[in-house]
Design a protein around this ligand. Structure first.
Ligand code: ADP
Ligand code: MG
Length: 702
């Protein structure tokens, strides 16, 4: 039925084998159907133009119409750039290309009218446009499109070089659309849903997304296609969730009268927050219902997830099961081990620790004790999931900082018992609601949205490198109060050598400013031997050193309540979520803590927004939302591997409302027809099954 859409792309008129190869390689377009799904990412609105004299901000995009009066190349071969002079009735500005210079130079037509679209930058007090999109006005007008909207497609330098500009893509789209018959694009959504939401039919939507009749039709087409895309994902996720609730049996933890109660009544070192109590109740309900728990626990840094993990593990132990806690780094595992051991030391529970650096004899001993059931709680790194580690009766597995682990690693935990253990995954990286819905849409979710009482909000300041003396002064004041200070340098793999040099230079400048014997400094980075790293870390933890100069290895884990100042060097090079994570290392004791963001004097618009956001809020969820807006979802950690993220048109940052509707409607539909047996749901079922075949692993595993 959908034969036309399955045709290989080389068969389309105007493509041919050579260009087809490029389309496959560069844009993943293999078939006619793939081409149709290569939607425009924006439109040239031929009715709306700004003028050069209107330009007043480097944070906005502008669309201009005017004439390119001259082009010249500047610089030598290594750093060549092309500068075009662009003029309209109100003024003159420059268009600049650093890449594809030769090709641009050849293709630009002097004294012809162009539409220019881009974001300007301020240089020598004048605005110019780096790498703008440009289109010849005569070509836009030549294609006979009636409405004001002309599609713009993303393409690549290589494609452009072979003549496949956005314009050329528009041309083959048009060729294809002219061949398309209604039966080639069958409707997949049930009629009542289309009626209820007043959605445009699929066939019309495909036409209007590429060549809109008018603005309203474009909006309707976009809404329809976004909804369809998100709806299918939600339907799939919810089916997995419902299926698991119905079919995966779980251990029942009925009793909490011994360890759990005892701990709660006698040894709990503080009153639980309401949020912690609520989450513990949610977990308890899960482990009582006879189905396997798969729960995501989100809570900002310092919100107290560990105690929730511990109390959940006690529920398992109370019922004769073992529990384990897996952390992403040795340091974090060690800290969990020490913290938890000391919390339960009066309970008579056996807690052990296993990591990559455990000695062979120790490892053997632990393995024996695990198999005999002597060990109740095992804490460790991913060493826990190795096949040699066998439990007598694992009932609950907790994964801390789950975004650091891959799907495969989490999957291994499922197999540690004949009935899969309950799974609790914890993350301190707050995820915007829409993202959580999509990324973890098949998990149940809990949130700790309250910090323990008595915490003073961390004060965050942004300083330029030129204010370094002031920074030193602030650090000295803090140390004089008996406090400790972190200084963190970025370490990005690609520029590791350079970064390491920065770190060493930084260390030396701190060593000069804070000399012995009054001051002592620890240094920690990824290139050190593990023992050295551990030793330096311990010196800081024990308070023997007052300053710790480090790379981001300290991002997760360390807990030093006496550390009250976090200095982040080259803060503009960090993403928002990483800045927030780093800041969470301080503010853990009762005293006022500070985070100081050091940056170069010149900052881009995004970097300014990041600094402003950090200075204005401590709320991880707000920060996550801004992060999502700035970066778009594509870059966020863990999203690629989720396999649900190959979105063609929907945008998780901006389409929250459509996503919510899609989830609600998917829920309603499954409530009426859980197995998708009704005739009007057959196309949906078929589509979902196709995707499920491809994503088999992901579908089943938390
Ligand atoms: P995270 O959620 O980042 O893992 P932790 O579990 O490490 O946070 O807790 C951070 C700190 O807060 C720890 O020192 C812990 O003992 C303390 N804490 C946790 N819950 C409470 C509470 N309800 N009242 C007071 N302090 C708490
Ligand atoms: Mg933690």
């Amino acid at each position: 039925m959908e034969n036309l859409l399955q045709q290989p792309i080389e068969y389309l008129k105007g493509v041919g084998p050579a260009r087809a190869e490029l389309l496959k390689k560069e844009l993943n377009i293999f078939s006619f159907g793939d081409l149709l799904q290569h939607y425009p990412f924006r439109y040239i609105d031929r009715t709306k133009f700004a003028t050069i004299k209107d330009i007043d901000s480097d944070e906005k995009y502008y669309q201009l119409k005017g004439i390119i009066t001259s082009v010249k190349t500047i610089g030598d071969n290594r750093q060549k750039r092309l500068v075009a002079t662009f003029k309209d009735a109100t003024g003159v500005c420059e268009l600049v290309w650093f890449k594809g210079v030769q090709w641009m130079e050849k293709s630009i037509q002097i004294n012809q009218e162009y539409v220019v679209f881009g974001r300007p930058q301020l240089f020598n007090n004048r605005y110019n446009f780096p790498h703008p999109e440009i289109e010849l006005v005569k070509e836009i007008n030549a294609d006979g499109v009636q409405s004001g909207l002309y599609p713009v497609y993303s393409t690549t330098e290589k494609l452009k070089f072979k003549g496949f500009s956005s314009k050329a893509l528009a041309k083959i789209q048009k060729t294809l659309l002219q061949q398309l018959k209604p039966h080639d694009v069958v409707e997949i959504l049930p009629p009542n849903l289309i009626a209820e939401l007043k959605l445009m039919m699929r066939f019309d939507a495909i036409h209007n997304i590429h060549f809109p009749k008018n603005n309203a039709a474009q909006q309707q087409a976009e809404r329809r296609l976004k909804f369809e895309e998100l709806f299918l994902i939600q339907l799939r996720l919810l089916r997995t969730k419902i299926g698991r609730h119905q079919s995966t049996p779980g251990f029942v933890f009925e009793k909490i009268d011994n360890y759990f109660d005892n701990f709660y009544k006698k040894y709990l070192p503080f009153e639980l927050t309401n949020a912690q109590k609520r989450v513990i109740r949610e977990i308890r309900k899960d482990v009582l219902c006879g189905k396997q728990m798969n729960r995501l626990l989100q809570g900002d840094v310092g919100s107290g997830k560990t105690i929730v993990a511990l109390m959940s593990m006690l529920m398992a132990v109370d019922n004769g099961f073992q529990a384990c806690l897996m952390a992403p780094t040795e340091i974090l595992a060690q800290q969990h081990f020490e913290g938890i051991s000391s919390l339960v030391k009066e309970l008579g529970i056996n807690v052990a620790m296993l990591s990559g650096s455990s000695k062979t004899s120790e490892r053997k001993f632990i393995q024996r004790e695990l198999e005999s059931g002597t060990i109740n709680i095992l804490i460790g790194t991913h060493a826990l999931i190795e096949d040699t580690v066998q439990f007598k009766n694992l009932g609950l597995a907790v994964v801390d900082e789950q975004h650091k682990f891959g799907v495969q690693q989490r999957a291994a935990l499922w197999r540690k018992n004949t009935t899969p253990p309950h799974i609790l995954v914890m993350t301190a990286t707050p995820i915007p609601r829409t993202l959580a819905m999509t990324l973890y849409g098949d998990l149940d979710s809990s949130v700790i949205d309250e910090l323990p009482p008595g915490r003073k909000p961390i004060k965050t300041l942004h300083k330029f490198d030129s204010a370094r003396l002031h920074l030193f002064g602030l650090i000295k004041e803090e140390i004089a109060k008996g406090r400790q200070v972190y200084v963190v340098y970025p370490l990005i793999e690609e520029s590791e050598q350079l970064d390491l040099k920065d770190l060493m230079d930084g260390y030396e400048s701190f060593a000069r400013e804070f000399p012995l014997p009054n001051y002592r400094i620890s240094i920690v980075h990824g290139r050190q031997e593990p023992e050295d790293k551990e030793l330096e870390m311990q010196r800081f933890v024990k308070g023997e050193t007052q300053i710790m100069v480090a790379t981001t290895v300290i991002e997760v884990g360390v807990n030093v309540p006496n550390a009250t100042m976090m200095v982040i060097e080259s803060a503009e090079r960090f993403g928002l979520s990483q800045l927030h994570q780093l800041r969470g290392r301080v503010g853990r004791g009762g005293s006022q803590s500070y985070c100081i963001l050091m940056t170069g004097n010149k900052l881009g618009a995004d970097a300014r927004t990041r600094m402003k956001t950090m200075c204005s809020t401590n709320d991880g969820f707000v920060i996550a939302e801004v992060d999502l807006e700035l970066r778009g979802p594509g870059d966020l950690e863990g999203l690629q591997q989720s396999g649900v993220m190959n979105l063609h048109i929907a945008n998780l940052a901006t389409d929250q409302r459509i996503l919510q509707t899609a989830r609600d409607k998917a829920n309603e539909l499954l409530e009426q027809d859980a197995l998708l047996q009704k005739p009007e749901h057959q196309r949906l079922l078929q589509l979902i099954k196709n995707v499920e075949l491809e994503k088999k692993v992901w579908g089943k595993i938390s």
